[in-house]
Every structure is written in C-alpha cells, then in structure tokens.
Design a protein around this ligand. Structure first.
Ligand SMILES: [Zn+2]
Length: 300
C-alpha cells in the first residue's frame, strides 16, 4: 500500500494568496491523517478531494496559530456532518484545555462526535490508529512542539510459492495463511511452518513531519530511514541566523537532517512569504539528491 502526501498549506506564519497556513495530508486507501491544521485547511482538503468523513486523526505540532487556527472550524464541520466515529487528536500539552475553553464558549459544535485527545509529553510516544502507526518526538521551537512519524504496517515477506507447494501446501486459503507468517495444518495433519518458505517482513511505507523547529537531533531520529521527510524550511540559508532566532531552519539545514537520517526523499515546506520555495530547495540539492519544494495541493 502507498502513502499519498498532499500539502494543504505550505506558508509560514500566515496564509498568502499562493500558500495556505500549515496543513499536510497523509493519505492511504480509505483513510487519511492531517498534520497541522492552519486556517483554511478544511477547504484545502475538500479541494484536494479528501473526504472529511475518512479523516482518522489530526496531529498538531504546536499551538502557534498558523498550525492550529483551522482546527476549531474543522471540528465544527465534522460535528455538522453528524459524525459519530471518534476523531483522534494529538498535540502538545495544553491542547485539551484550549479546546475545552472553546467548547464552553460554544465555539466548537462537535455534536455527538467524541474527540479523543492524546497530549504529548516528554520524549513523545506512540499512537496506534486502525490503518496507521503514529509516533511523536519533541522538536526544538519557541513553544512545546512535537514532530510525527506516520507509517503503514509492515508487509509480510514474499512467499516461495514453489517451495510451499513442494512442502504439500495446497493452493487456496492455506497459502494465504502461510504468506501472512502463520503455521498451517495440512489436510493430512502435518503442520508446515512459515520459516524458510516466507522471506523477512518488509517495512511499511513511512513519512515524518518535522515542523516547526531549529535543526535538531530529534528531527534526525524522527526521520530515520523514512521514505519521505517533510521538514520546515522557513528561510534561505543566507538568513540562517534569523531562522534560528525565530526557532526555524533553512532548506540547507533541513537537507542535512534528511541526509543524516538517510531519508529517501525530502519535502520542504513552511516557507516565509519572503522566500521562493523552489530557490530554497535548489540551494539544498547538493546535500540531498531528492528534494521537493512543496506547493499547495500539488500531490507528492
Ligand atoms: Zn511556530
């Protein structure tokens, strides 16, 4: 199974005419998760053809408005749609209180929908969703911030069909069982183990989402050998000092993180309105060979 990455908002700080505030969709067949929910995220999701009813979880990195302000509106829409299925929400400490304040003031309108909040503390943790496996790690920004890693489950190894048939396993459901890594009992009572007939399981497709942050070791761990690391690149490298003062990174620094993590591809996003995203990507390409500058609604 594949992961589709759809940037819904790629601007830093505020939406512009070309770029919405931070939001990023990670979609598999029949389900998706939303990383950050800046203003306008729900409209962008609809433009991208994503069904809100199939949204499994929202993962908020930090509570700066450009990453959060779209969430009350999105929750309200899910409430209006009459959603019964719980929504998983991860975010830094304080997000539950913040939503309760809004709910008490009558601003949320979530109806019957339960919002299951997982506040992230300390070293972060794991959240098991039906389709995805999510892990968080703390990043280094001006307020408590967590990056997320989203992966599909590992896939079973390849079945050596000829060897399985040779071992007496008949064609049909028993082969499927064996391929899934389980021992099977043949009609004559013999038990055939998968060892030697099924190769090692293959790693599920994975991505990591690291923003906002200065360059940090936790981002490398978060993105360790992922298929795609999405990392913020607020400024071009000439303004590295300004980037650090504001808790951000440059594209060149994001590329070093991706190279250290041995991420297969790097997606740059969270561009200041004063930078050209493609130029930020271009100056980083000598460090990592596969870099994409994210653009709103352009699927990767
Ligand atoms: Zn921020």
């Amino acid at each position: 199974m594949k992961l589709r990455l759809i940037p819904l908002g790629t601007s830093a700080g505020r939406p512009t005419l070309a770029r919405g505030a931070s939001a990023f969709a990670v979609a598999a067949e029949g389900a998706w998760v939303l990383c950050d929910c800046g203003e306008g995220a729900q409209i962008a999701a609809q433009k991208a053809g994503l069904s809100l009813s199939r949204l499994d979880a929202v993962l908020i990195t930090h509570l700066h408005g450009d990453h959060f302000n779209g969430l009350p509106g999105l929750l309200g829409t899910l409430g209006l749609e009459g959603r019964q299925r719980p929504l998983i929400l991860a975010g830094p400490a304080g997000i539950a209180d913040l939503l309760q304040h809004l709910a008490r003031a009558g601003s949320l309108g979530t109806g019957d929908m339960e919002v299951r909040v997982f506040e992230q503390h300390g070293a972060g943790g794991e959240i098991a969703l039906e389709k995805f496996h999510v892990e968080s790690r703390p990043l280094s920004h001006r307020v408590p911030t967590y990056g997320y890693r989203v992966a599909l489950p590992d896939r079973p190894g390849t079945l050596d069909l000829a060897a399985a048939i040779e071992a007496g396993v008949p064609k049909g459901p028993l082969l499927g069982e064996l391929k899934a890594g389980r021992a099977v009992t043949l009609p004559d009572g013999r038990v055939v183990q998968p060892d030697g007939l099924v190769g090692p399981s293959r790693k599920g497709v994975s991505m990591a989402y690291a923003l906002d942050t200065v360059p940090c070791a936790e981002a490398v761990e978060l993105g360790r050998e992922v298929d795609a690391l999405v990392h913020e690149a607020t400024y071009e490298h000439a303004r590295a000092e300004l980037a650090h003062q504001r808790g951000h990174s440059t594209g060149v620094e994001a590329a070093r993180i991706a190279a250290d993590a041995r991420a297969a591809a790097l997606v740059l996003t969270h561009f200041s309105a004063s930078v050209n995203g493609e130029a930020v990507a271009e100056e980083a390409r000598s460090i990592h060979p596969k870099i994409v500058a994210a653009a709103d609604l352009v699927e990767i």
